[in-house]
Design a protein around this ligand. Sequence first.
Ligand code: ADP
Ligand code: MG
Length: 248
Amino acid sequence: MIALRCQNIKKSFGSVVALSNATLSVEKGEIRALLGGNGSGKSTLARILGGAIKPDEGQIELYEKPCALRSPAYSKRQGIVITSQELSLFTNLSVEMNLLMCNIPKRLGLFTDHKELREKALFILKEMQLDHLLGKKVSDLSPNQQYLIEFAKALIQKPKILIVDEITSALYREEVEIVKTMLRYLKNEGASVLFISHRMSEIYSICDSVTVMRNGETIETVGIEEKDQNELLSMMSGREVVDKFPLI
Ligand code: ADP
Ligand code: MG
């Protein structure tokens, strides 16, 4: 079952062509890396899928049905959740309140019984070894803790397709391990992940496959075992990589 299919997506901002052709399919339960240099269009594709911006051309299918992602709320209702380093937390509220608020349907209001939501928030935070932060005010957390809570907020929304846009670049090794554990958990639940990162070691340790982007275009999708990191780097840059890069 194909969870997400993008066909020939194009997007320009004025004279800047951010995406000239993004074409990819992600299976249900697949963790797909999106690898490309700065400015290659990864975040633009993420934002299109999240409904924040509209593509100029192209088709998107979710679970093999055409789908026009017209707004962030609509994408969210379809189960597409994006997490990035752009924090959307209310810093003067507790972690728990932030996690509860992101999942409460508007019609219920704030004062309904949130027992189930509370349990879910606690479960996710326990899995992330962050349950000690539940009652803390977000402004009292370190920046990295805030990124992890932002990530927890994405998980609590039960994503069918989770897009992780470079959240790991600021994190320490142990924190990245927490993110990886949670992505594996999501995969086991049948969700799909689009994992944007430039750290090869992360991509090789967690992803099933990788789509390489260059200059707004998806160049190729390969299984993770099919190419070594120098081959991926040369696909990314369009040049033969002569020097061996250390594993980063
Ligand atoms: P990546 O995430 O791969 O680094 P982006 O998708 O952020 O790449 O950007 C792709 C190109 O589109 C870049 O040249 C960037 O400057 C441009 N771009 C992205 N968003 C905007 C915007 N809102 N306005 C103008 N140009 C943009
Ligand atoms: Mg980006």
